[in-house]
Design a binder for this molecule. Structure first.
Ligand code: NAD
Length: 464
């Protein structure tokens, strides 16, 4: 892996301001020049949607690669968008309808792959962006899958377990023709759990002559074909990337300060793994608030608290951390590492200037908008982009799919070793590419991904 010539300035153990400029500062000027047309349209735009931001990322990399109009036509837009109305019988006997989406962005390199999100703010725009990122994420980590994503507009905390099961089964049944081990393979995302994957799998299997079809969905419980290592895979992948980035800058993980936004699957486990690697996790947050302790927060205790209380609500009462005034204050802490692991568009042109971390490890999909990218690049912040940083989840999902199809299951050690190999290989490819083209890691990742998808499209050619 090439070493960066100018690392982000090393800070002492506990926070301080003014991150140093990195080589990417100079390098990104070139990217700016190359994609000036787009940037002039978007950099000043404060409210670009997730999909608009995704398209901006694509366009910047596509311009650098000088893709032809025909190539762009094959790989930029989603291939299929499906919207369904899902009637569900509630516990009181009333029928309530929910809107569900599945977007298949691309299946040139393999079946569409991507999670299903249950959230009250799900929109088609968001699902399209998430499906698009999946195409390029799978290509960056070089697994033979395409990109898809699903969502249902629902506030899960308002549903009973029975209502959640009926909604999940209805979603899968309604869209069953889209799904299949060679067609489209969903997985968990925000608010969807291994239990929900089990209901998806069971529904599909019932509709397939009661066959057992575990490979139709990943992120399942171990007892019905889940993979060892899947629950921690996204966070572990983030850790592997961060280790690589830190070591490329001749630094050590031990003693770095960190803040993690989101305390669900990705965030809480990322915080735990960072702490296990010697980082001082000073800040954590979830939908109920943000919490800080200068000397670090014991993450396993916080995880137990979140399990017992359904989140971090009231965590300050333990005396282990103080509550920050506003949840967003977490993003502005003076830490070495910031890991946004909640939702998209939390760091934008509006607040990017106030972000002090030197490394940003994107556990969430799309946490930064295009304007924030440019501001932070100029500040010399090293951003490990989502389509690389959080790809550990889909990498182990792929390993789960392989195991399901073989009917032979690996140990956690083997899965983690394979994951480490996949992530390191991907990090090195992105890092080398960003140096070669003198662009940020994000654009480097898109260049790697786009080249692979475009080449596959060229080889397959255009049917009819
Ligand atoms: P999750 O539902 O387990 O957790 C989401 C967390 O974010 C919760 O703690 C929630 O309270 C918190 N949150 C929501 N809004 C917040 C806000 N405004 N401020 C602070 N915290 C907030 O979801 P997850 O699976 O951990 O996914 C988190 C992110 O990671 C999403 O962007 C998802 O697309 C991405 N991701 C997940 C996986 C995976 O394997 N689960 C893989 C790749 C990427």
């Amino acid at each position: 892996m090439p070493k960066s010539t100018k690392p982000p300035a090393k800070k002492s153990r506990v926070s301080r301001r003014a991150p140093a400029r990195s080589a990417s500062d100079v390098n990104n000027k070139m990217a700016h020049e190359l994609s000036r047309g787009y940037l002039q349209r978007t950099e000043g735009v404060q409210n670009a949607s997730a999909f608009e931001n995704a398209m901006a990322q694509f366009d910047e990399a596509a311009q650098i690669l000088k893709l032809s109009t025909n190539q762009v036509a094959m790989i930029r837009q989603p291939r299929r968008i499906t919207i369904v109305t899902l009637p569900v019988r509630m516990d009181d006997g009333a029928v309530q309808t929910f809107t569900g989406y599945r977007v298949q962005h691309n299946n040139i390199r393999g079946p569409a792959k991507g999670g299903v999100r249950f959230h009250q703010n799900v929109t088609l725009d968001e699902v399209k962006a998430l499906a698009f990122w999946m195409t390029y994420k799978c290509a960056v980590v070089d697994i033979p899958m395409g990109g898809g994503k699903g969502g249902v507009i629902v506030e899960p905390s308002k549903l009973s377990v029975g209502e959640m099961e009926r909604l999940s089964r209805r979603y899968f049944a309604e869209l069953e023709d889209l799904f299949g081990p060679d067609r489209d393979v969903p997985a968990p995302d925000v608010n969807t759990t291994p239990q929900i994957m089990a209901w998806f799998m069971d529904t599909y299997s019932m509709h397939r002559n009661k066959d057992f079809v575990p490979a139709v969905v990943t992120g399942k419980p171990l007892e019905i074909g889940g993979s060892q290592g899947r629950v921690l895979a996204t966070s572990r992948g983030l850790l592997f990337c961060l280790r690589r980035a830190v070591s490329a800058h001749d630094e050590k993980m031990n003693g770095l300060t960190a803040a993690v936004q989101g305390f669900g699957n990705v965030g809480s486990n990322a915080a735990m793994l960072l702490q296990d690697d010697g980082c001082i996790v000073q800040g954590i947050s979830d939908v109920f608030g943000a919490f800080y302790h200068r000397e670090g927060i014991d993450i396993r205790t916080a995880q137990k608290y979140a399990r017992d209380h359904g989140g971090l609500k009231g965590f300050e009462s333990t005396g282990l951390a103080k509550r920050l005034k506003k949840p967003e204050d977490l993003l502005e802490l003076e830490v070495d590492v910031l890991a946004p692991c909640a939702l998209e568009l939390v760091i934008t042109g509006r607040n990017a200037d106030r972000v002090n971390a030197r490394y940003i490890a994107e556990g969430a999909n799309g946490p930064l908008d295009h304007a924030a990218d440019k501001i932070l690049d100029r500040k010399g912040t090293l951003i490990i982009p989502d389509i690389l940083c959080n790809a550990g989840g889909v990498a182990v999902s792929y390993l789960e799919w392989v195991q399901n199809r073989m009917g032979y299951y690996w140990t956690e050690e083997k899965v983690n070793d394979d994951l480490e190999h996949i992530m390191n290989r991907a990090f090195d490819a992105v890092h080398a590419t960003s140096h070669q083209f003198k662009v940020s890691m994000r654009i480097g990742a898109f260049i790697v991904g786009i080249q692979r998808v475009a080449r596959a499209a060229e080889l397959r050619g255009l049917y009819a």
